[in-house]
Design a protein around this ligand. Structure first.
Ligand code: IPE
Ligand code: IPE
Ligand code: MG
Length: 242
């Protein structure tokens, strides 16, 4: 969508996916424990949601905790889960105030019962909101998401509800956690790493990628605007010729 932002004509992506990375290094630079970085990172997510919506972005999908992040120390994982508890608790009021709809993607079966209850509560409480569609990927892994989708499809075939030839790309997409979301237009990864780390492999097939050295807690409105500026200059051909 074309929009004038700060006097500049920009092509604003409808759906932005973010791999928020660099919380640990941000803390280390300050001689602080890693969880100090996660706390600052969580705060920044709230701010970026506001900035994204004000820029005209309709969907924001952030990678909060991967299926591989359980490899980290118990102390770090516990710290992240507690931050999440705190976030879920305070976000109903804030999300409703900002008219934001919140969704969670990922395998919820490994999350604690109280976290799952808080997620249900938040998703239900914000389901009718018409502002930013904010999605958090929790215990999310793209390969695991595809595995879960394939299992569901196989069960339908086994029960005779579906024929193998009826398995189309649309049908596969409808069985992914992101079934309700459009594909991301732009993927942003902070902290200088240039890989997707198992994030949305199916959905990012035709997305534009933008990498920045900025560490996530420092990623502000100006950084988001810079990413949108880069996106504006991209020529998306989807395999065709322009
Ligand atoms: C991203 O920051 C947050 C999570 C993966 C939970 P990191 O914790 O990966 O920070 P770095 O990469 O170690 O700096
Ligand atoms: C990806 O970041 C996961 C999240 C941002 C939640 P990581 O820091 O875990 O990824 P790697 O280990 O650098 O690939
Ligand atoms: Mg990292």
């Amino acid at each position: 969508m074309e929009k004038i932002i700060d006097g500049e004509k920009l092509n604003v992506p409808e759906h932005v996916a973010i791999i928020l990375d660099g919380n640990g290094r941000w803390a280390k630079k300050r001689f602080m424990p890693r969880n100090f970085g996660h706390k600052a990172g969580a705060k920044n997510v709230e701010q970026i949601c506001e900035d994204a919506w004000n820029m005209g972005i309709k969907y924001l999908t952030v990678y909060v905790f991967s299926t591989e992040n359980w490899k980290r120390s118990v102390e770090e994982v516990t710290g992240i889960m507690n931050l999440l508890r705190n976030y879920l608790e305070t976000s109903i009021e804030r999300s409703n105030r900002e008219n934001m709809r919140v969704r969670i993607i990922g395998d919820r079966s490994r999350l604690a019962d109280d976290i799952n209850k808080a997620i249900d509560k938040l998703e239900t409480a914000t389901a009718k909101n018409t502002g930013l569609n904010f999605t958090m990927a929790l215990n999310y892994g793209g390969r695991d998401e595809i595995r879960r989708a394939v299992t569901k499809i196989a069960e339908e075939v086994k029960k005779g509800k579906l024929l193998p030839e009826e398995i189309t790309e649309d049908l596969i997409n409808a069985h992914l956690d992101t079934a309700e979301l459009p594909y991301p237009d732009l993927l942003i990864r902070t902290s200088g790493e240039e890989r997707t780390s198992n994030y949305l492999p199916w959905q990012l097939a035709y997305s534009e990628f933008y990498f920045t050295d900025v560490l996530w807690p420092d990623f502000d409105r100006a950084c988001l605007l810079e990413a949108v500026r880069h996106y504006t200059n991209r020529d998306r051909r989807f395999g065709g010729v322009k």
